[in-house]
Design a protein around this ligand. Structure first.
Ligand code: SF4
Length: 371
C-alpha cells in the first residue's frame, strides 16, 4: 500500500491512520458490511475509535474470534466438574475463570475449596505436574489455531517426560470452518472479511482463496494495531469496489501464505479434526481439534468421565447472533443493564476480547485512546 513503518508507535500514529481513512472515503461508493474475525481486532477498533473514523457506508460487524466467548457452556461445566474433584489441580488461562457456566464459574469452584490455578502457558501447568507427582494436573486447553501449537507441545512433552499426572481438557476451535458457517447462513450479511493476523501467522492463508471464490467475498489478512486495521479495511474496500474477489495479505511483517510449517506439523502430530460446539452458535462441522487416539492417556475428558449436561443459555443473551455479525451488542436488551462485566450473562461480556465487553468499556468513553 506504499506505506512502510518500522516501530509500533508508527502503527498507532493518528496522522497515518487518518490518511488511510481518507483513502477509504475516496474509494467507497456504496454500503459494505465487513467482519473483523478476531476479538483482539474488535477491541482495537473500539479502543481507538476506528469505527467512528470510517465513512458511513462501511459497517463493521464483529466475528467469533474470541476463544473465551465461543467455548461451549457444556465445556465450561465439564471444567468445573473436573476442577471440583478431590486431588485435582485445575489450571487455566485467567479469563476462563470468570466465564459463567450454566450455574456458576471456576472462581466459585475455587471459593468452595477446589484447587484452581491461573497459568500463562500450558508449560506452566506441566511444571506444576512435575512438582506435584501425587496430584493430578489438568490444563484447560482452549483457543484458536494460535494456542494449538503450545497446547500440542505440552502433550508431547508430558509424554516424553513420562508424566502420568498431566492431562488436557481440549476445546480447540478453527477459524476457516466458522467462516464457512457464517457465509453459508441464509441470514449472512458479511461481504468482506478481515482475517485474524495471528491465526494466519500460524496457519498461513492458503485456505482462504477457495473460501473467497466459493462465497464471493474478499478476505484480507489484517493485523491488530490501528494502522494495520485501517490498511486491512482499505484493502478490503478496494477489492469490494473493484469486484476483485480474492484473498490478500495486509500483514506482511507477520504472515506468509503457507504459515508456520513446524507449528502446523506439531498440531498435526497431536490433534485431529472434529466437529465442535461453539457457544451461542451451535455445532460447526470439522471446526475443532481433539487429541489423536495415541494421546488418549492425556485426555481429561476420558480420565474424568463426567455426566453429560443439559444446558440452557440465558434467554435474553444474543451473543450467538453477535458472533455471526447479525446483531451488535447495543441490540441486546440486557446490554450494560442486566449484563455488565461485573455481572455477565454471556461470554461476550466476560472476556476482554468479547464484543459486548468492548462496547461496554469504550462506548462510554469516546475520548478514550482515540487516534
Ligand atoms: S450484553 Fe450480555 S446478555 Fe447481551 S448479548 Fe452481550 S453477553 Fe449476552
Amino acid at each position: 500500500m506504499g506505506l512502510t513503518v518500522k516501530h509500533v508507535s508508527e502503527y498507532r500514529d493518528g496522522e497515518l491512520v487518518r490518511d488511510v481513512m481518507a483513502q477509504i472515503s475516496r474509494t467507497v461508493t456504496r454500503p459494505w458490511v465487513i467482519m473483523e474475525i478476531c476479538g483482539g481486532q474488535t477491541h482495537a477498533i473500539l479502543r481507538y475509535g476506528l469505527d467512528q473514523l470510517l465513512p458511513a457506508h462501511i459497517e463493521l460487524v464483529h466475528g467469533p474470534g474470541c476463544p473465551v466467548c465461543v467455548t461451549s457452556l457444556e465445556m465450561v461445566d465439564k471444567a468445573m466438574a473436573i476442577a471440583a474433584q478431590p486431588g485435582v489441580i485445575f489450571t487455566s488461562y485467567g479469563d476462563m475463570l470468570r466465564v459463567p457456566g450454566s450455574k456458576s464459574d471456576l472462581f466459585s469452584v475455587r471459593a468452595n475449596g477446589g484447587d484452581v490455578r491461573v497459568v500463562y502457558s500450558p508449560l506452566d501447568a506441566l511444571k506444576i505436574a512435575e512438582q506435584n507427582p501425587d496430584r493430578q494436573v489438568v490444563f484447560f486447553a482452549i483457543g484458536f489455531e494460535t494456542t494449538a501449537p503450545a497446547n500440542a507441545m505440552s502433550v508431547l512433552q508430558a509424554r516424553s517426560m513420562g508424566l502420568t499426572n498431566f492431562s488436557v481438557l481440549v476445546s480447540q476451535v478453527r477459524v476457516p470452518p466458522a467462516m464457512h458457517a457464517i457465509l453459508s447462513s441464509p441470514a449472512n450479511r458479511v461481504q468482506g472479511f478481515l482475517a485474524a493476523g495471528h491465526v494466519c501467522a500460524v496457519m498461513g492463508y492458503w485456505e482462504y482463496p477457495l473460501i473467497a471464490q466459493v462465497y464471493g467475498v474478499p478476505i484480507v489478512v489484517t493485523g491488530f494495531e490501528p494502522l494495520d486495521i485501517a490498511q486491512g479495511i482499505l484493502a478490503t474496500v478496494q477489492r469490494l469496489e473493484a469486484g476483485r474477489i480474492e484473498a490478500a495479505n495486509a500483514y506482511h511483517r507477520m504472515v506468509t501464505f503457507e504459515g508456520n510449517r513446524p507449528a502446523q506439523s506439531v498440531i498435526d502430530r497431536v490433534f485431529i479434526e472434529c466437529d465442535q460446539k461453539w457457544r451461542g452458535i451451535g455445532v460447526i462441522p470439522a471446526s475443532g481439534w481433539r487429541l489423536r487416539p495415541e494421546f488418549e492417556p492425556f485426555d481429561a475428558e476420558l480420565r474424568y468421565p463426567v455426566a453429560s449436561f443439559q444446558i440452557d443459555e440465558s434467554p435474553v443473551c444474543i451473543a450467538g447472533q453477535i458472533l455471526q455479525g447479525l446483531k451488535k451488542p447495543p441490540d441486546c436488551p440486557a446490554f450494560s443493564k442486566m449484563c455488565t462485566p461485573e455481572n455477565p450473562l454471556g461470554a461476550t461480556m466476560v472476556s476482554s476480547e468479547g464484543a459486548c465487553a468492548a462496547y461496554h468499556r469504550y462506548a462510554r468513553d469516546p475520548g478514550g485512546d482515540g487516534v
